[in-house]
Ligand binder design. Structure first.
Ligand SMILES: [Zn+2]
Length: 159
């Protein structure tokens, strides 16, 4: 377990972190108009309702953008550089930021398919938390080559 500074859950975010502890990725869903939102906010950006619940996400998405960190800004990250942080458009329509795990950062591309990956970290204060990040999806199976190509019927010429 890697020790590093950890988020401090608030009444608004504690459900997100608790779900991550169960390896579930969630976002807020408005109880009035069903719009999903992330990061957690008290008001719906669409209808201003204060009523919401946690909605479980599938954890798959596409890299919208990314950055590669080459110099650790804190000693806890010294053994991880270089690493990529990705901004992901999740399939449900919300955008989330997380560290990319398990891949050479040089392999990351805008548009790459990723899936959530949960990692547990210990903090200097003795507590531990599970944080969502992402990993590249395996390359899709190659499209099978068609064994027979149907010839296009020849056009009848009028004479
Ligand atoms: Zn709403």
């Amino acid at each position: 377990m890697t020790h590093r500074p950890l988020p401090d859950p608030t009444p608004l975010t504690e459900g997100f972190w608790a779900a991550a502890g169960n390896h579930e990725l969630v976002a807020q869903r408005c109880a009035n108009c069903d719009v999903l939102r992330h990061y957690p906010r008290p008001l719906c950006p669409s209808c201003a309702s204060t009523e919401w619940h946690w909605h479980r996400l599938g954890g798959h998405g596409t890299v919208y953008t990314y950055t590669v960190t080459h110099r650790a800004f804190h000693p806890a990250w010294a053994d991880q550089v270089p690493y990529a942080v990705v901004t992901v458009d999740l399939d449900e329509g919300v955008r989330m930021v997380g560290q990319l795990h398990g891949a050479d950062p040089a392999r990351v591309q805008i548009g790459a398919r990723v899936e959530v990956r949960f990692e547990e970290y210990g903090g200097p204060d003795g507590r531990s938390m599970t944080l969502p990040g992402f990993q590249l999806c395996p390359d899709p199976a190659p499209t099978p080559v068609r064994s027979s190509v149907q010839p296009t019927p020849a056009r009848q010429s009028k004479e």
